[in-house]
Ligand binder design. Structure first.
Ligand code: ATP
Ligand code: MG
Ligand code: FE
Length: 344
């Protein structure tokens, strides 16, 4: 089936077009530059930017794919979770398209779409698989038996998301927003064992209650304290060393817990998604540690890890292929759509 997917849950207006597992177009317009001076995404600014970018981005996707809107078999859209006003723009546009074309609409879960996108790069999803979703808003370990039916949450962050930690630490170090890519780049020339930052929820006592959960706010505070102490002492701060040591702490905990979850649940495939999956150290460490346990790791290329429309189209195509029931045309945007609800 030829499926058009729309993503507007945060600050990216994404429109993707896929045919089955084949990616035909992935048009993304980001308002990230408009948020940079605020140091974080401003919901009202994001909503307005989606409104302005929606139609041109749909047109760009159709041009790239070489298809007409009338060729589309189904429309998929992120119905949640995300920013309410931002989601409404995408859901409204998708309803108009589906109604105008007389085609079914699928309101899909943003997190399930982050999992499904990998099939555009590596073919049919391994199911069951252990999905680790790490982004600016989420850090979760999920057991995925059938991505079109639901996912089983095994654990999640109890405070900051991994991407949020990257963004906050980058800010402390004077790096621009969003900080993840800047830390990644800076860390490449730093020493990852220069500073021993804490690994959250890994003590024996914490593991009893939070075996597959994450905590990154203590790490962020530890970095802040370290930077303050250096400044007080009049010492210069070696940004690459701090970036590398911080990044090492995040990646160590993420990969350790993901592999523990996979081994515990007898799963042979780990799939990593979300913006932080673009991190070069995370990718390398996950592959190295998983291989040692006979576990395969799949990570989509960085452009498919951050928010985009192709991931929504990919999940939509899978829903059509597996004969799942579409959403009603009056489907709501649900800013807190639970991860267990794949189709709204
Ligand atoms: P949601 O959490 O709802 O999916 P989001 O916009 O935060 O929304 P993404 O676009 O998937 O999600 O991810 C953005 C996050 O990924 C930001 O926090 C950014 O810093 C982080 N990120 C992007 N590239 C890298 C990288 N190379 N290393 C570490 N973090 C990165
Ligand atoms: Mg984003
Ligand atoms: Fe996302």
């Amino acid at each position: 089936p030829l499926v058009l997917g729309i993503e507007t849950s945060c600050d990216e207006t994404g429109v993707g077009i896929v045919r089955g597992h084949t990616l035909l177009a992935d048009a993304v317009a980001s308002s990230v530059d408009e948020h940079a001076r605020f140091g974080g995404v401003v919901p009202e600014v994001a909503s307005r930017a989606h409104l302005e970018a929606m139609v041109p981005t749909i047109e760009r996707a159709c041009d790239t794919a070489g298809v007409k809107l009338s060729d589309i078999d189904a429309v998929a859209v992120t119905s949640g979770p995300g920013l309410a006003g931002a989601l409404l723009v995408g859901v409204g546009a998708a309803k108009a398209l589906a109604w105008g074309l007389g085609k079914p609409i699928y309101g899909v879960n943003h997190l399930a779409a982050h999992v499904a996108v990998d099939q555009l790069e590596h073919g049919a999803l391994p199911e069951p698989c252990l999905a680790m979703l790490v982004s600016g808003g989420h850090s979760s370990l999920l057991k995925v038996e059938d991505v079109t039916v639901g996912v089983d949450p095994l654990g999640a962050t109890i405070d900051d998301a991994a991407g949020e930690a990257f963004d906050k630490v980058a800010r402390l170090l004077g790096l621009p927003f969003p900080g993840g890519p800047h830390i990644d780049r800076s860390a490449a020339s730093g020493n990852s064992v220069a500073i021993d930052f804490p690994r959250g929820l890994t003590s024996r006592r914490d593991l009893e209650r939070h075996r597959f959960d994450f905590s990154f706010s203590g790490l962020k505070t530890a970095v802040a304290r370290w930077v303050e102490a250096q400044q007080r002492a009049g010492a210069t701060i070696d940004v690459p060393d701090v970036a590398a040591s911080f990044q090492e702490a995040v990646c160590d905990v993420l990969t350790r817990k993901a592999i523990d979850a996979a081994v515990t649940h007898g799963i042979d495939d780990i799939l990593i998604g979300g913006g932080v999956a673009a991190n070069s150290r995370l990718r390398a460490m996950a592959v190295e540690r998983a291989e040692a346990k006979g576990i395969r790791v799949r990570v989509p290329r960085p452009g498919l890890c951050t928010d985009n429309g192709a991931m929504v189209a990919a999940l939509g195509a899978e829903l059509v292929a597996r004969g799942r029931t579409p959403s009603a045309l009056d489907l709501p945007a649900d800013s807190s759509q639970p991860i267990t609800t794949v189709v709204a």
